[in-house]
Design a protein around this ligand. Sequence first.
Ligand code: HEM
Length: 362
Amino acid sequence: MSAVTAEATEQMARRWCEKILHSGARQAAEIQVDRAICDLTAEIIGRAAFGTSHQEASEVLVLMHEMQKMGAAAMLDGPILWHLPTRRNLTVRRLDKLLRSKITAMMAARVAAANCGGGYGDDLLGLLLEAWSPEPERQAGSDDDEGTTTTLTTGEVIDECKTFFGAGQETTATLLVWTVFLLSTHPQWQDKVREEVLREFPGGDGDVPNSDTLSRLKLLHIVLLETLRLYPPIVYIQRTTASDAVLRGIEVPGGTVISIPIGLLQRDREVWGSDADEFNPLRFSNGVARAAMDPHALLSFSLGPRACTGKSFGIIEAQIVMAVILRKFTFSLSPTYVHKPKYVVSLTPKCGMPLIFKSLHG
Ligand code: HEM
């Protein structure tokens, strides 16, 4: 996955270099970073989920990406419209049908390969197939005698693939977009983190940082944590109380839906101090638990048994992408940038994120 991330980011960087090269005497180019990064994270999660070898994999990726965009637009409609035969809903149904048939075809190809002695593959689809049972009668998500779900139906495998793509693509893209934004508005931090990257990860194109290298990129790590605090990709989550409960003296009946406003809580001055609205990565210097009054104050990946499954995946991906970008470019806000964060599926810049990139190597 690290190699895939580094390779896809290098390819994106090469496209940016070309753009800079053809931009005339200024040796700088304006890049719509939000769009570029959205495509990048789609490619990375797609390859991690479905591998790199199938033609179908890239077709599935395109379909998933389309569905993701339609899903984001549908969030604005509200639930009543979701069931009407609007043009968008009909398109979503058509895309979903096509997507399901393509993933089913990929599954069949993997099963055929496994029957000839190969494995299912070490990507997400391969791992899900290890838990898949082809029998048609079983109800989706049914339990065995001990009450533990042991097998997945074809529909569940497909749904898991969609969940991982949906949960892992836009979230990581959002983290990256606000990271480049904050490093553009805090150039001294951009310089410091770049120095660290060049010192700890000096290799050339094609080099992939290993876990040892990533653990030495401490400034980059605290910058990512501070970005997650100020601009959490998921701004709020909800939980339903399983039974009657008393929360800090407040009686909450079972079945109550509670909204947890991550974005607001992470800027609470009582918890984070008087500089809660400011960009200060150093607050994380002694670890996440010591950054605030409460050791569990950073909620960006949620907490507890339903916390983010892809936390490490997302952080490692963001570290590698940022390391590659920082090694090659300096960047600053474009004069056309308008600051309007908008929350739909995740916290995105409503008017886009145009940045001016300059190549570090002429
Ligand atoms: C910076 C990146 C990410 C952030 C901020 C993030 C945040 C979150 C949050 C807040 C939740 C809990 C949602 C809820 O309870 O309603 C969640 C769940 C989840 N995330 Fe992430 N996520 C990120 C990246 C990823 C990636 C890369 C993957 C997959 C590779 C992923 C897979 C999932 C899955 C499968 C769940 C559902 C877990 C469950 O319900 O048991 N996430 N994520």
